[in-house]
Design a protein around this ligand. Structure first.
Ligand SMILES: Nc1ncnc2c1ncn2[C@@H]1O[C@H](COP(=O)(O)OP(=O)(O)OP(=O)(O)O)[C@@H](O)[C@H]1O
Ligand SMILES: [Mg+2]
Length: 221
């Protein structure tokens, strides 16, 4: 069964002067074990689609299903906490927490004992190629690529199986960007995550298992 399914999704931003249909009748399935790239011009609705898939917002029409269950009947905060993690261009780490504390955070939120959380966080950090020499540093003492890897490790620690990334390489140079994409690919192919990446970069899209092109809130064939 698909991890995520978008069914006839419509999302409208209503402002005083006009209504913008950012997503306008979009249906698609996303499987585990694959990396999807969503590409399209600025304003085509990529970020809006991602926030619907992340349960950050509810569609005006249509629905998103996780494991075949409509999110309309779900606690969306719980969905985000337990099943789906979002990664942003700007990393969004907690600046006053160390690397290991950042990754432990979702585990402690779930009431994991501290020692257990620390061990699990160390393992997630290892899986993104960050060893213990990084643990006690603050995010500001890391390169952009390293910070993004911490953000991925934190997403993994949360324990879901869906990773949604909005321009995760947008603030990185080519080499660090490629490194992040390789890690996301590895998570899809070796650990069976469903990975969905919004990107402007054609060379990233090229590596994905499936490329989805958005235009005016719809998917093009
Ligand atoms: N908060 C908002 N209020 C009103 N309109 C919005 C809002 N956010 C986005 N939009 C509009 O919705 C449309 C889709 O925006 P969205 O951010 O999803 O595009 P995008 O494909 O992610 O673009 P980019 O590549 O620039 O990030 C655009 O026309 C945008 O102007
Ligand atoms: Mg966007």
């Amino acid at each position: 069964m698909a991890a995520l399914e978008a069914r006839d999704l419509v999302y409208a931003y209503r402002t005083k002067y006009r209504t913008v249909y950012a997503v306008n009748g979009l249906s698609c399935e996303f499987d585990r074990g694959r990396m999807y790239a969503i590409v399209g011009k600025s304003g085509s609705g990529k970020t809006t689609l991602l926030s619907l898939l992340a349960g950050l917002d509810t569609a005006s029409e249509g629905e998103v299903l996780y494991d075949g269950v409509s999110m309309l009947g779900m606690d969306r905060d719980e969905y985000r906490r337990d099943h789906a993690a979002v990664i942003y261009q700007s990393f969004n780490l907690f600046p006053i927490l160390t690397v290991i504390e950042n990754v432990m955070y979702p585990l402690l939120m779930k009431k994991a004992p501290k020692a257990e959380a620390r061990a699990a966080a160390a393992e997630k950090l290892r899986s993104v190629d960050l060893d213990e020499t990084f643990h006690d540093r603050l995010p500001s003492m890391l390169s952009g690529g390293e910070q993004q890897r911490v953000a991925i490790a934190r997403a993994l620690a949360a324990g879901g199986d869906v990773i949604l990334a909005d321009e995760p390489t947008g603030n990185l140079d080519t080499e660090n960007g490629r490194n992040i994409i390789n890690i996301l690919m590895r998570l899809a192919h070796e650990q069976n995550y469903c990975v969905i990446v919004v990107t402007h970069d054609p060379s990233i899209a090229e590596q994905a298992d499936t490329v989805l092109r958005m235009q005016d809130g719809r998917l093009m064939e």
